[in-house]
Design a protein around this ligand. Structure first.
Ligand SMILES: [Zn+2]
Length: 408
């Protein structure tokens, strides 16, 4: 936030962060804030494996880290692949130590073992949800024992002791510092061009960075919009938008209060009006049609690679349950804007009726009475370690988001 007393004016760029995990970025518009904002909202958490609070142990001279998976994952996809570790240790004195290891060339990687096929006759009989159990997602991280003094007694857990020595030397942390750490295991390596024609990108966490990134870029591209433009990037969507940094927290509403206060026009009524008169694109990924699995989609209402920004009027499951079903009037307005600018878009449902479903942050903002619709980029392999998108769709998303904040 700005210094006290400084008036906000059209074109001002203001942001507020929330615990390093969520943020709201504003470009102040010409119109009064109480007339509403044009909001691009996306989430910046992705499915992953979090280290437990007491993760480190040794078993048969192998050092291991115990994990608890985060978000909806097919656990069997996460074994036998290189994983990187990212996150923080926060020490008791408040010092934060960053951990980023596994993504640079030459870095070591980590990983989860799986049974050799030769001994898997029991495992291969299990159903997919049980074939790799949650408690078997432990990372192997070391196998060398700490060098002993020759006359010292044999101590136990010497491999773990050696890992602790390395952690002390590298990060200045001790075992208890895992108690106040947030460290995630994620697929190691960069996003890459995909296909002979390089038309696609394979990467980790497209859900939902492939919407968060163009949302933020679109905001940077506008200078003095009519209505205040917002890019809202939130955490914890994959586990229900809960907690202080999820969409259900008051962070965004409080930040709008602060803005109204800065503009000299705060009142409960102006806040309610600013929220109610806003329009939002809840920007989250959509399931792309998969030629290997045509049976889960209904062809006329599926999203396809290369056909542009996807709009989901509703999501939910079992009869639209839990969905934000956007108004026809709002969809009409958006169609008009995109057609006018010749931006490619398509509409879709998340799979066939009764095949499952999913949700986004849309319904939470719709509670304020604002107009909200889900829109985003189609993804193959959603929630797998490596997801795939079409470059054309990403570009059309950027154009579509920018058109929305300039014209909605
Ligand atoms: Zn997701």
């Amino acid at each position: 936030m700005r210094t006290k007393g400084a008036k906000v004016k059209p074109g001002d760029k203001i942001y507020a962060g929330n615990m390093g995990k969520a943020a709201a970025f504003f470009v102040i518009g010409k119109k009064d804030l109480a007339l509403g904002m044009n909001i691009l909202g996306a989430h910046i958490d992705s499915p992953r494996l979090d280290l437990k609070q007491v993760p480190l142990y040794e078993d048969t001279q192998m050092a291991m880290l115990d994990t608890h998976y985060y978000g909806g994952v097919k656990k069997y996809q996460w074994v036998t692949m290189p994983l990187a570790l990212h996150g923080v240790f926060v020490k008791k004195d408040g010092e934060t130590v960053r951990v980023d290891i596994g993504d640079r060339p030459g870095d070591p990687v980590f990983g989860i073992s799986d049974l050799l096929i030769h001994l898997s006759s029991d495992q291969m009989e299990k159903k997919a949800s049980k074939v790799i159990e949650g408690e078997k997602l432990d990372l192997l991280i070391g196998s060398i024992p700490l060098k002993q003094e020759t006359d010292a007694k044999e101590t136990k857990d010497t491999v773990k002791a050696n890992i602790l020595k390395i952690l002390e030397e590298t990060y200045g942390v001790e075992e208890d510092d895992f108690l106040s750490a947030e460290i995630e295991a994620v697929p190691a390596g960069e996003a890459r061009d995909f296909g002979f024609d390089r038309s696609m990108i394979m990467g980790y966490g497209h859900d939902d960075r492939v919407c968060a990134y163009p949302s933020f870029q679109a905001l940077l591209n506008v200078t003095e919009p009519e209505y205040t433009a917002v890019c809202l990037l939130v955490d914890k969507e994959e586990i229900g938008s809960v907690g202080a940094t999820g969409m259900q927290s008051r962070f965004f509403e409080d930040t709008v209060c602060e803005l109204l206060h800065l503009a000299g026009g705060y009142s409960e009524l102006s806040l309610r009006r600013a929220m109610r008169h806003s329009k939002m694109l809840s920007s989250d990924v959509s399931a792309a049609y998969d030629p290997n699995y045509p049976e889960v989609t209904e062809k006329r209402n599926a999203a396809y690679f290369g056909k542009g920004l996807v709009f989901n009027k509703y999501t939910g499951s079992r009869g639209k349950s839990g969905s934000n079903d956007a108004n026809a009037e709002y969809m009409a307005k958006i169609r008009n804007i995109l057609d006018h600018r010749k931006i490619a878009f398509q509409t879709s449902e998340l799979g066939k009726v009764d095949q499952g479903g999913g949700g986004t942050i849309a319904y939470i903002l719709a509670n304020y009475g604002m107009q909200v619709i889900d829109s985003g980029v189609a993804v193959l392999n959603m929630h797998a370690p490596w997801e795939i998108i079409s470059k054309v769709d990403l570009y059309e998303a950027l154009l579509g988001y920018q058109a929305f904040i300039e014209e909605a």
